[in-house]
Ligand binder design. Structure first.
Ligand code: FAD
Ligand code: SF4
Length: 491
């Protein structure tokens, strides 16, 4: 073990990997914003960790990564050991390192965040996995004993992929179904390339296939195969179908030409940026073949301040809009999106208007969008979720002129028809899991488990990963119990 300078943080400032030059971004370069640490830079950044004894960062990380331990391994140049350790808790660490809102999670809890700049935990996590994969490292499953059990996983998003990873590590064969021809769910088709390069998903898919996971892609459950067929073929089923019910806000004028819902806008950008329509057959509903709007020279207003809103404003910059404005009804401190992404959007020229609530989208004489009528707000009492409400202030109405308006108010889940009679739906379109006499993530049907956005509502990649991972542990437990003789199964 090498000797450490515990005061390194005093003369080694927090540093992120270099960013793509601003001029390239505003000229339409969709490459990943952040580059990669050199080995030395990663070691120095990792060495800033105080190893403070009570790792608040671990507590705040939804998968409870062993952060100080793998930072130490990186500082010592033991990247392959760090890769083993980071996979113990996180099935998709290179994704989380890229897209977690670290300022609200691990880095926000870092002791050094108070005045010295938090350790760049996410960037080091990404460095560990990218470096290990580049050196040919792959998860070692040589000690895994096959149980002969098989589980179907519906949805190849982060929840489904994390679940499949943990199942095969427990000796349970996993077959993952997705309606698209690509794996990744929103990682693949929602989150833009500048946050997560799609080659990262292709690499992870190859790793998962190498572990023995089978993907049956372009298969929509409920249309191409029914629940009963899955229950007959498999010992258990995990449902990780995500949250896709679009929140439109019910604004007058929202159907005008020039008004775009966020997800089809992002999906179509993604299709074009990654070289064409690779999603397979269209699925009924939200992602129809919306032609990509030409935003060059247009004034774009994005309504909403979450991750989706930030992805829309920054995509509009890359599509060379004349101006991009984000209107959000609360103040900056109450924005749901990551502070880092807000800072990046600002750097790219996005204008933020806080405390503005949209009232209607106003047409011009030709019936196209002319702007959004907004009213100023102040913060009121906390709502049921503890967030302070936005209270409109009388007499403060104004018009935000726009050629294109993108609505990014978020998504919620919807229990699909094909689950009727199999699961409970406690409300808000969520699939009910857990509770008395059930394992965590087990539904009302003993062989059906669920997790990710379909259960908790639209949230984060890392929380979907955590639920998929923990649902796999419950499935393994259920299968072990079922394998025991009847007298023992009653314990
Ligand atoms: P999903 O990722 O939605 O995956 C569900 C999968 O199920 C999909 O592939 C879908 O095709 C498949 N499926 C659905 N129904 C069927 C069916 N009947 N048959 C077969 N397959 C089916 N989170 C972050 O942490 N950081 C970010 O920066 C971030 N940015 C985001 C940006 C956008 C634009 C959006 C929309 C979300 C963002 N999120 C972000 C949230 C994050 O992407 C989700 O919380 C996460 O992907 C949820 O994972 P999941 O596996 O539950 O669902
Ligand atoms: Fe931080 Fe996310 Fe990694 Fe946890 S998974 S250490 S929250 S970047």
């Amino acid at each position: 073990m090498t000797k450490r300078d515990v005061f390194r943080f005093l003369n080694e400032p927090r540093e992120m990997p270099a960013k793509l030059p601003l001029a390239l971004r505003t000229e339409g370069d969709w490459n990943e914003l952040y580059g990669r640490f050199e080995d030395r830079q990663a070691a120095h950044q990792a060495d800033r960790c105080l190893d403070c004894g009570i790792p608040y960062c671990e507590a705040k990380c939804p998968v409870h990564n062993y952060i100080p331990n793998w930072l130490r391994l990186v500082q010592e140049g033991r990247v392959l050991e760090a890769a083993v350790l980071v996979h113990e808790t996180n099935p998709l660490p290179e994704m989380c390192g890229r897209v977690c809102p670290q300022d609200r999670l691990c880095e926000g809890a870092c002791t050094l965040d108070d005045g010295f700049g938090a350790v760049t935990i996410g960037a080091v996590e990404k460095y560990i996995v990218d470096s290990a994969f580049a050196q040919g490292w792959r998860p070692d499953l040589s000690k895994v004993v096959a149980t002969g059990r098989r589980v179907a996983v519906i949805g190849a998003g982060p929840a489904g992929l994390a679940c499949a990873d943990r199942l095969v590590r427990a000796g349970i064969a996993a077959v993952v179904f997705d309606r698209y021809e690509q794996v990744g769910g929103l990682l693949q088709f929602g989150i833009p390339n500048f946050k997560l390069d799609k080659s990262v998903i292709a690499t992870r898919r190859a790793v998962l296939e190498g572990m023995g996971i089978e993907f049956r892609l372009g298969v929509e459950v409920g249309r191409d195969i029914g629940m009963d067929a899955l229950l007959a073929e498999f010992d258990a089923v995990f449902i990780g179908t995500g949250a896709y019910r679009y929140t439109d806000g019910g604004l007058p004028g929202q159907d005008l030409p020039g008004v775009l819902p966020a997800l089809p806008f992002l999906v179509n950008n993604g299709r074009i940026v990654t070289g064409g329509d690779t999603w397979g057959r269209p699925v009924a509903g939200w992602e129809t073949t919306l032609a990509l709007p030409d935003l060059r020279g247009k004034r774009v207003v994005v309504l909403g301040g979450g991750d989706t809103g930030m992805d829309c404003v920054r995509s509009a910059v890359r599509l060379r809009a004349a101006s991009v404005t984000c209107a959000y009804r609360r103040d900056e401190a109450n924005m749901p999106g990551s502070a880092r992404e807000v800072a990046n959007a600002r750097e790219e020229g996005v204008r933020f208007l806080f405390n503005r609530q949209p009232l209607e989208i106003v047409p011009d004489t030709a019936g196209r969008v002319a702007g959004v009528r907004v009213v100023e707000t102040r913060l009121g009492e906390p709502d049921a979720n503890g967030r302070r409400s936005a209270v409109p202030i009388d007499g403060t109405g104004s018009l935000l002129e726009a050629d294109v308006v993108i609505i990014a108010f978020g998504f919620s889940p919807q229990v699909p028809d094909w689950l009727d009679g199999h699961v409970e739906a406690p409300g808000n379109g969520r699939i009910g899991v857990g509770g008395e006499r059930r394992l965590p993530y087990q539904t009302a049907h003993p062989k059906l488990f669920a997790g990710g956005d379909a259960v908790r509502g639209a949230d984060l990649v890392v929380t979907a990963v955590q639920e998929g991972r923990d649902a796999a542990a419950s499935i393994a437990r259920m299968l072990r119990k079922a394998a025991r003789p009847a007298s023992a199964a009653l314990d």
